[in-house]
Design a protein around this ligand. Structure first.
Ligand SMILES: Cc1cc2nc3c(=O)[nH]c(=O)nc-3n(C[C@H](O)[C@H](O)[C@H](O)COP(=O)(O)OP(=O)(O)OC[C@H]3O[C@@H](n4cnc5c(N)ncnc54)[C@H](O)[C@@H]3O)c2cc1C
Length: 344
């Protein structure tokens, strides 16, 4: 049986970041991707936001890895020419309940993540609110460029059209089946995104689709790149928010819909709910400005409760599970953490 070095399954942002973090391990690293090119999964179907890490429970992996990942991306992206803009984000409140939510968010992050108060007059004129919090460390990034640059800088060998169908941990190694062939690796990192659970008996993912609608703000409307509504902590999403990507396209989204099988259609009828949610903070918005955009599917570990990222280890086999938002932001910190284990 062929013996190889370290295998990373999946060329999304997490797999690419794990490969990058292993660049100084002194071992050969292979990234196996079943698709024809990298970054075709969750990593390309999201808001492209580099989050500050302000929403999740304080002691969670999501908080720790998001905050660390945010710092790592602020260093990596400018240094390696990955399109990235430190645009900041407004979290806006338009009634008393939402103002109370903002206050809780502010207290939750006190001393850990910078958040600045803004009055209604201090937010750009296209946005309506009673008051807002501004997060200066939130940014936007080009996901595709990030994944490709991480892979390039990693020095790993990227092998496309390679599907891993089984992994079994044994003493000091892992047996894999790749496109029907069996080999043995010294370590395996399962970064298969939505499908990472299929190589692991420990967890089953639930699929939560989120769709986006594109809008074109009318001339004269001045908008910040990112506007999020203040939503109570117990809600399962960050609310229908406004994003502008690095190509200058504006989107509203995502919502949440539980589905049995991943699929990426955008039902135009969902626009009504998007309009009702967004017009509270974008008062100039008209229903006919919303055009179907794109969809993404989150890999969630629970339908009901907050669920954290999970790194399930069986000897030298590590499964990355439930890597939904803020996984793009956290990716480099996940890579750093997992590689440290393996190199140690
Ligand atoms: C709607 C939505 C909005 C989001 N917004 C944000 C955001 O703004 N900011 C943020 O930080 N995060 C966000 N996220 C989360 C973020 O997109 C994900 O956490 C992140 O992209 C996960 O990356 P990944 O590498 O684990 O998965 P993926 O990008 O899905 O990569 C997994 C790869 O593994 C490959 N693969 C799977 N199984 C196998 C196999 N058996 N053999 C070979 N290859 C395999 C797949 O083809 C795929 O290329 C959002 C997610 C969604 C769905």
């Amino acid at each position: 049986m062929e013996q190889v070095g370290i295998v990373v399954i999946g060329a999304g942002c997490v797999g690419a970041a794990v490969a990058y973090a292993l660049r100084n391990s002194g071992r050969e690293v292979f990234v196996l991707e079943r698709a024809p090119r990298p970054c075709m999964g969750m990593s390309s179907r999201n808001s492209g936001v580099v989050h500050a890490g302000i929403y999740y429970p304080k002691e969670s992996l999501k908080t720790r890895l998001c905050r660390r990942g945010n710092r790592l991306l602020h260093e990596f992206a400018p240094k390696h020419g990955v399109p990235f803009e430190k645009v900041g984000k407004y979290i806006v409140a338009h009634d008393a309940a939402a103002c109370a939510t903002l206050e809780q968010l502010y207290q939750h992050n006190l001393g850990a993540v910078p958040l600045e108060w803004r009055t209604a007059e201090q937010v750009p004129n296209g946005v309506h609110c009673r008051k807002a919090l501004f997060s200066p460390t939130t940014a936007i990034i080009d996901q595709d460029s990030l994944v490709n640059k991480l892979l390039e800088e990693s020095g790993a060998e990227l092998l496309l059209h390679q599907e891993v169908t089984s992994v079994t941990a044994e003493e000091n190694g892992v047996i894999l089946t790749i496109n029907g062939e069996t080999c043995r690796a010294s370590w395996v990192f399962n970064c298969g995104g939505l499908d990472s659970d299929q190589l692991c008996n420990h967890t089953t993912h639930f699929y939560a689709r989120g769709v986006y609608f594109q809008i074109k703000p009318p001339p004269g409307i001045q908008l910040p790149h990112l506007v999020y509504p203040a939503v109570p902590k117990e809600r399962e999403t960050l609310g229908i928010h406004l994003t502008c990507n690095l190509a200058g396209e504006w989107y509203l989204g995502p919502d949440i819909e539980w589905i049995d099988t991943p699929s990426y259609g955008v039902d135009p009828n969902r626009a009504d709910a998007f309009y009702r949610a967004a017009v509270t903070y974008l008062p100039w918005l008209e229903r006919n400005m919303l055009q179907p955009g794109y969809a993404g599917v989150r890999a969630k570990r629970s339908r009901h409760h907050f669920s954290d990222f999970l790194f399930h280890r069986e000897g030298r086999l590590v499964h990355c599970l439930g890597i939904e938002s803020p996984g793009l932001t956290a990716a480099m910190a996940i890579g750093e953490m997992l590689a440290a284990d393996c190199i140690a």
